[in-house]
Design a protein around this ligand. Structure first.
Ligand code: C2O
Ligand code: CU
Length: 464
């Protein structure tokens, strides 16, 4: 089968492009490629075998895509994988046709095929991209990478560090990916939790720094299901942004930071450790600390200690209005092991829990399993919506809305930070609100990807 690239080379780019329908502006014939392939990489420490992963540009995470705010991302996704795939730009408020959701916003790109992504980024911040076809398998195999949009005026920092956190389920013998991507146990419990944790695709990511240096840490949780609990050791830090959206004021990191699958946090940290000591971003598990990223201190920076950082410049359209007249919806999450779901609608039919289990489907939103013909709701463009998301299951979930960010509305009427992924623990209920200002069909699902594959996936429509 020809890939479009090879076809272009064979037939001459100019001739082929002349026959393509012009959609918006013409694409460059030499559009930068984002080529997904199967590759062996040294994921485990050097004395272990290489692990065969699926990655963009030969590695995992994929290459950091970096553009200025207001700039354009143009990539020709070339599928060199044995499965159809797509690329989703998580957290980017772009045109619906570029959202990369297989079966909803585009057809999956077959092996050997390609798709041209082209969109403008209006928000500065830390975003990421990942496969959005059979995501529970493809993201677990390594198909993701960082997408960084630079502010027009960068903050006063000495070093900008992107840290992609991932969690791998590997076979103890041979270090290859455990192939049970559709495991009933993982689907019905907390998702595909791994046994090997990496930072930027390495087991012991390390960067030497100087005392008093000020770093910006861009944390991205790219794992299928793991919720990271993070802490700073020998670093003094502030949360500057969450899910790509700047906070109105920097917030000192005083307790452990939770990062659910799909979520991001931008921190500014000052190295307080002395020359020869070590600072860490630590991961807390069972009240033990592990090095998620190590910063050995070599030397002292000439700059003196600085005060708390000024907030990042706000992104456009961060306000929340229209709450009083908002449309009100519910999203009741049910199912899973130890849950109370007895039956749910599957493929238009009321189905008992035993049959759901046989179909390897375990979760329902408002009594319905998985994608439906009709959207969860159809919204007028510009309409404000309030959704009560309640978790009547025994597990945490990470609800991700595509295309628009939301705020939690607290009981006292105050509002949370603008986010694209909501972490909801067993028994919790949250109200979220957003303005439906981005027309199109948008996925709304749990970012515990085994949950999304076994029922926790729906969509909303925003009218043009
Ligand atoms: Cu990051 Cu629909 O996903
Ligand atoms: Cu979930």
């Amino acid at each position: 089968m020809f890939s479009r690239r090879r076809f272009l080379t064979a037939a001459g780019a100019a001739g082929v492009l002349a026959q393509l329908p012009v959609r918006g502006s013409a694409l460059e014939p030499d559009l930068m490629e984002l080529h997904a392939t199967v590759n062996p990489v040294q994921l485990l420490p050097p004395d272990y075998p290489k692990t065969e992963i699926w990655g963009y540009a030969g590695g995992t995470p994929g290459p950091e895509i970096r553009v200025p705010q207001g700039g354009r991302v143009q990539r020709r996704f070339v599928n060199g994988l044995p499965q159809a795939s797509t690329v989703h730009w998580h957290g980017i408020r772009a045109a619906n046709s570029m959202d990369g959701v297989a079966g909803l916003t585009q057809a999956p790109v077959p092996p050997g095929g390609s798709f041209d992504y082209d969109f403008t980024v209006r928000d500065a911040g830390t975003f990421w991209y990942h496969a959005h076809n059979r995501s529970a398998e493809q993201v677990a195999r390594g198909l993701h990478g960082p997408l960084i949009v630079d502010e027009k005026t960068p903050p006063d920092i000495d070093r900008d560090v992107t840290l992609v956190l991932d969690d791998w389920l590997l076979e103890p013998d041979g270090g290859q990916l455990y192939p049970g991507f559709e495991s009933r146990h993982d689907r019905s419990h907390a998702g595909r939790l791994g046994n090997f944790i990496s930072t930027n695709g390495q087991s012991a990511w390390t960067q030497s720094v100087k005392r008093h240096e000020r770093l910006r840490l861009r944390l991205i949780n790219a794992s299928n299901a793991r919720i990271f609990m993070l802490a700073l050791v020998n670093l003094e830090g502030w949360v500057m942004a969450l899910d790509g959206m700047p906070l109105p004021a920097s917030e000192a990191v005083s307790e452990d930071l939770l990062l659910g699958p799909g979520q991001r946090a931008d921190l500014i940290v000052d190295v307080t450790a002395g020359d020869g000591e070590e600072a860490f971003l630590a991961r807390i598990e069972d009240s033990q600390g592990y090095a998620q990223a190590a910063f050995p201190v070599r030397g002292v920076s000439s700059s003196a200690r600085r005060g708390s950082p000024a907030p990042l410049p706000p992104n456009p359209a961060m306000e929340m209005t229209g709450l009083d007249a908002a449309k009100e919806l519910r999203l009741d999450m049910a199912g899973g092991a130890m849950g109370s779901l007895r039956s749910a609608v599957l493929n238009g039919q009321s189905t008992g829990f035993r049959q759901l289990v046989e179909a390897n489907q375990f979760w329902a939103f408002n009594g319905t399993v998985g994608m439906t013909q009709a959207p969860l709701t159809t919204l007028a463009r510009g309409e404000t919506v309030r959704v009560t998301v309640s978790n009547d299951t025994a597990f945490p979930h990470a609800m991700h809305l595509h295309g628009m960010h939301f705020r939690t509305v607290n009981a006292d009427g105050s509002m949370g930070h603008l986010r694209d992924t909501l972490l909801s623990f067993a028994g919790e209920s949250h109200e979220i609100a957003f303005i439906a200002d981005n027309p199109g069909d948008w996925a709304f699902h749990c970012h515990m990807l085994s949950h999304a594959a076994s029922g926790m996936m729906t969509w909303i429509r925003v009218q043009a």
